[in-house]
Design a protein around this ligand. Sequence first.
Ligand code: NDP
Length: 476
Amino acid sequence: MSQSPPTPVWDLSPEEAAAKAAAARRAAGTWRRASVAQRAAALRELWRQLSARRAEAAAVIREETGKPHDEIELMEFGPAALLVHYFCDNAQRILSERPAWTPWFLLNKRAAVRRLPRGVIGVISPWNMPFLIPFGDSFCAMLAGNAVLLKPSEWTTRTALWLEEAAASTGLLPEGLLTVVAGRGGAGEGVVDASDLTLFTGSTATGRLVAQRAAAQLKPAILELGGKHPMIVCADAPLERAAAAAVWGSLANYGQVCVGVERIFVEAPAHDAFTAKVRARMAALEAGGGAQLGRFIYPPLLERVQAQLEDARKKGASVIGGEVLDRAGLRMSPALVLDATPDMAVMNEETFGPVLAVTKVGRPEEAVILANASAQGLAASVWSRDLDRAEAIASQLEAGMVGVNEPSSHYALGSLPFGGVKSSGMWRRHGDEGLLALTQAQSLIEHEWPADLPDPWWFPYEGRRTRLLARLLGLP
Ligand code: NDP
């Protein structure tokens, strides 16, 4: 595997990028005239046709990322299907005009909040979910009435190009409504400049650059950034499920998941039984080979994860596994890091690889302090048979998303806002608020009757009328 992107990458010239942005804006002008119901119907049909061709997309994803077949079905297409059905069923409710309050003496006026499309949404996405994230964000942006300029990661450009071509071939969308802007980071900057709102998913470092660039133009940016999921396993946890969740949560997608489990804090009485179950499950998984575990998608990660393991060893952790299996093929054996401490890189930097790092704690309260010590606050989970206690612990965690006996399925539930606090991001995708964020609020006041009469607070001011109005307003 070479250390440069495996797909042909080109940086569009400024003229090419401007032409794409202009086409997207024209398409936005046409699309915004469609009703929410018409948009939902078109996008539902779009999904029906795309999902029927998903074997083609899967072949491209597999080539670009090395993901196992089942993982592509379960983590790329499955959640996409749930999002399509949820949002198409609920778009009318979320996006329809809402009546707004008026005081009793303005009953002759109607107030309402309308949701209008923003225009062009820039979707900038990473390589770890090359179909799900670009598709899911573009789909929501289009459902809300916008055109999309999609900048995929340069490592997974071909998956995005497949999406663009497959969507265009359905003939369901205005030409240019979903346009891929391929290239390196500079293409992403162009997308921020050409869009009315940027929906960015990626690292915290790049997210800061995007936020600064958008802010300088007084444009909004939704930022979905890195995470460091703390999993708190209480002494009374359902250990079999917790161990299975720790292994899946850390190793699915080869650990390259923003909400993936990165730190495991286990209450002392459960520690040995929990780690024994984890070890058994890891061994069984490795025996399953390539049908279970993929590879690193982004080549520099192999060395970065190896450096984290070396740092952990030097600082006193025992590392089980973690050997490089195939440097060119970007594969290592999954690693279990025991006795991990907060000063280790594996506990305080995003790992994004097949590593489980475990710390034994005296009490769950200690785990909460350690969990919250991270700069990241994306997903977190608490494991206990006492659901009330687990929920109480979860409410103390600084995280945008929490699970109780549940690792990280939030993305698939369109009903839930998805996003993080602290350095993990700003604003949310999904949920009512995520779809609404892709629209502008337009506040309406409509004077209904009497048609010709001016309002009493207009010119000319008259002391007697002013005093009457002041009384109506409750001014003493
Ligand atoms: P990066 O931040 O490196 O890149 C993300 C995207 O931004 C890529 O398309 C990249 O293009 C583009 N980009 C790079 N520089 C700029 C710039 N200056 N302006 C605009 N766009 C730019 O992230 P990765 O691709 O490495 O993805 C991994 C990260 O994504 C992890 O931190 C992970 O946690 C996070 N992530 C967060 C999720 C969430 O929902 N919170 C979900 C999934 C991942 P190019 O690739 O061409 O450089």
